[in-house]
Design a protein around this ligand. Sequence first.
Ligand code: SAH
Ligand code: SF4
Ligand code: F3S
Length: 441
Amino acid sequence: MTAPKKLYIKTYGCQMNVYDSERMAEALGGQGYVETKTPDDADMILLNTCHIREKAAEKVYSELGRFKGLKAARPDLKIGVAGCVAQAEGQEIMRRQPLVDLVVGPQSYHRLPEMEAKTRAGEKALDTDFPEEDKFEKLRARPKAKRGPTAFLTVQEGCDKFCAFCVVPYTRGAEVSRPVDRLLTEARDLVERGVREITLLGQNVNAYHGVGPDGADWSLARLIWALNDVDGLERIRFTTSHPNDMAEDLIEAHADCPKLMPYLHLPVQSGSDRILKRMNRSHTAEQYLRLIERLRAARPDLHMSGDFIVGFPEETEADFRDTMALVEAVQYGSAFSFKYSTRPGTPAAERAQVSEAEKDDRLQRLQALLTRQQRALQDAMVGREVSVLFEKSGRMPGQMVGKSDYLHAVHVDSDAIAPGDLARVRIVSSGPNSLAGELSR
Ligand code: SAH
Ligand code: SF4
Ligand code: F3S
């Protein structure tokens, strides 16, 4: 037997890329590859990239530049670029960085085995098609090896919303949902391998409309209810949702579905109706706030999370204050905020830009407010009993770390806990980034 070849994959961007990286590694497993944690001894390096902001894309080129020495020392080393930069820039990547052997887009990575063979024959391989066939049907069956207690499962891909700032509809293509029976099979397999918590993924996960086993059109809520019946699965989450796709049955699932966690990532981007309109978000700040009221009526302890963009073209100080007011009204449990980044080919790129200094100032003010809210909700956990899914050992000996229902990191000193255990924990203190607790008796 020949020694296995080594594959080093580095993942950037969103959770969907994390899932794709797993599937790409599995696809290349059939070509005799095993994963390695360092590029230094790799036979193939694959960067799974993100194009969402300028900095994310530039990082890829500086990382590629760093592989020059490795490639000079080992000419057999193959270097590939996957993900959203691959899709957006295609051939341009090989022109700008000639050491790249392979470029593969997010919808065509089931063709990696053939592409890898082509690079071994000394050719370059490029595939950024949006193929007719479903890549998930063509990919190798997933392995059965044990794995950690949490997993992502992509149920929906692509986006038809075309927000004026965003590249995703161009890099990931149109909205497509995977069929229910495939997802249930994959979920059951994950549970058999030790998974206790599944996060359903989609660029617009709540726009999920998959074919059910009965041939009918299933909503995300219906899929969640089916997963609720999977023995051994303890927790269900989903991300990322769009406010306009928050259907009534999904709101109700937050009230009634026992395994669905009380945490919802629902980006709004801005609190100004004028800016929301210019962003092509198709909803107002008021509609978003009313939606959250309905969600909280269904599940009073729901923690909200969101995404914000500051300094979108033409955003004034008054618009920004509307965002601050919306944040005050919601009280977020966590949130991500970004300075607007111009993306070539998107409508907003052509408009009057806000100065970098103003963007910096607004980002700082918004993040200060969000951090205060986040901390307040975390501190409010002290004295409460929560359930924690333990994932790994902590930094201190005898310590275990896991996540609460609300996604707070919780650490507990105990020798009696193993990864994958779900336990009731009484929270005793709140630190900068995590909670400390004791097992409840
Ligand atoms: N599908 C998700 C978001 C995907 S992108 C949704 O619609 O909410 C993740 C986040 O990146 C977005 O929510 C947005 O806040 C941010 N983002 C996207 N494009 C951006 C840009 N051009 N500049 C700055 N932030 C951006
Ligand atoms: Fe991008 Fe908007 Fe689609 Fe989200 S909904 S992926 S922000 S275009
Ligand atoms: Fe980035 Fe593509 Fe995800 S642009 S955020 S990796 S969908």
